[in-house]
Write a protein that binds this ligand. Structure first.
Ligand SMILES: *Cc1c(COP(=O)(O)O)cnc(C)c1O
Length: 451
């Protein structure tokens, strides 16, 4: 391609017109050309959900190289909660990148890392004394939370749950439940990882205390508290299907952990930072975790992750035991401080609830007309529909895939999830205008009607 026929790129950020606009089929010719290069250059293991070449994004839309503007109901997997290219994030990143890009915090510390730690210590649940360590990705945060819990307790074992997703590194693959696509052929996996049954009200029909008793019984019989360092759980499961546990399940698990000296880790990588209508989903269930892992929404699209928790646990590591070359990179920290300012001062928690109300009212109306929607669930702006075969209640993954595909072809980005692949999840940026969200949901309704 010569320079002269390159399109003028639209600028991202909130000035980008907040509209759905299709000027070619998806993918258009420029996007197709990029995907052809991708196939020749990028590992076949790295997939993509939306077959476009993204060139700009802002607020609630993603614009492709062919000039199509897609409504974003996925936020790059729950990352751009503050809106894509939020002006405060952009300004903070630009200022920091011109100042210095890296010193390595373990070599020459800088203020923004400490300020992010202070903010996380203040914002995460519980008013106990806390400490934080910063990393690059959710998986790395989870790995470090487990390291910290092991060092603190002197015990080896870790319990994760059915339908769990904690990442793709070796230890986090072991913690993740689903074989395809996350684990198949990638073992052997890290040892001393055990799995307990979840509370999944739509499928198990158990109340919270009963589901907790079932899980605790498995843990006591098959693992034993004496060798157990930590229990790790997503307060609302993400990849596993936006599964909201029944009331009482999480508090009972926390109580059992306290009683047995087991570290309770809440993996809030997907649920954190206003997404669920609370700063952290743990608050919705009235629990105070010992350690909290965060990442996705934390830094407005820049890679940053954290482990935050009780000082006596976080300080158990010997000096130099925690860290990493890039962990708490200054540009990512500047972005996080700007995003945290937005979360706290631009009303994002009530905004998540308002977005959730729009999602739930439209989706439950759809459910009333269509028996293939078995369940509508979630909290705040983290909402999903589970598709079933109406006669049996069996998961209908083919329908979820067909609806998602039709949405994307019609200019709306949606993501699927779930152990059975039969869930479509909605994670819009909170900057999305109401009309655009409603238009996106009408596209979903049309896609369902024709699938
Ligand atoms: C995405 C996710 C992870 C992994 O985060 P990465 O940044 O992709 O490594 C871990 N836990 C949960 C709950 C997640 O949703």
């Amino acid at each position: 391609m010569s320079l002269t026929d390159a399109p003028t790129l639209p600028l991202g950020g909130p000035t980008l017109p907040q509209e759905r606009r299709l000027v070619t089929a998806i993918p258009g010719p420029r996007s197709q050309a990029l995907l052809a290069r991708k196939a020749q250059a990028v590992s076949a293991g790295v997939g993509h959900t939306v077959p476009i070449e993204a060139v700009a994004a802002g607020g609630g839309v993603v614009v492709d190289a062919d000039g199509n503007s897609l409504i974003d109901l996925g936020s790059g997997i729950a990352v751009t909660t503050v809106g894509n290219a939020h002006p405060k994030v952009v300004e903070a990143v630009q200022a920091q990148v011109a100042q210095f890009t890296h010193t390595c915090f373990m070599v020459s510390p800088y203020e923004s890392y400490v300020a992010v730690a202070e903010a996380l210590n203040r914002l995460t649940p519980g008013d106990h004394e806390k400490r934080t360590a910063l990393f690059n990705s959710g998986a790395e945060a989870v790995e470090n939370a487990v390291k910290i819990a092991r060092k603190h307790t002197g015990r080896p074992a870790v319990v994760a749950f059915d339908h769990a997703y904690h990442g793709r590194t070796n230890l986090t693959m072991a913690l993740t439940a689903k074989a395809m696509p996350y684990k198949s052929g990638f073992g052997p996996f890290a040892g001393e990882v055990y799995r307990a049954p979840l509370s999944y009200p739509f499928r198990d029909g158990l109340d919270g205390p009963a589901a907790a008793r079932r899980a605790i019984s498995v843990i006591e019989k098959q693992v034993g508290a004496a060798g157990l360092a930590a229990v790790i759980i997503e307060p609302i499961q993400g990849e596993g299907g936006f599964i909201v546990p029944a009331d009482g399940f999480l508090p009972e698990l926390v109580r059992w952990c306290r009683e047995n000296g087991v570290v309770f880790i809440a993996d809030e990588v997907q649920t954190g930072f206003a997404r669920t209508g609370a700063m952290f989903a743990s608050e919705l269930f009235g629990i105070v975790p010992d350690l909290v892992t965060t990442a996705k929404g934390l830094a407005g699209g820049m890679p940053l992750a954290a482990v935050t928790g009780r000082s006596e646990i976080m300080d158990a590591s010997h000096l130099g035991g925690l860290g990493g070359t890039y962990g708490g990179n200054p540009v990512a920290c500047a972005a996080a401080l700007a995003a945290i300012d937005v979360f706290e001062n631009e009303g994002l928690i009530p905004r998540a609830r308002a977005v959730g109300d729009i999602l739930v009212s439209r989706l439950t109306a759809l459910q009333q007309q269509d028996a293939r929607i078995g369940d509508v669930r979630g909290r705040g702006a983290m909402v999903a529909v589970e598709f079933v075969l109406p006669d049996t209640g069996e998961p209908d993954a083919a329908l979820a895939a067909a609806v998602a595909k039709a949405c994307i072809a019609d200019g709306v980005i949606v993501l699927t999830c779930g152990t059975y692949g039969n869930v479509i999840r909605f994670l819009p940026p909170l900057a999305i205008p109401d009309e655009l969200l409603s238009e996106g949901l009408e596209v979903v309704a049309r896609a369902l009607a024709t699938s």
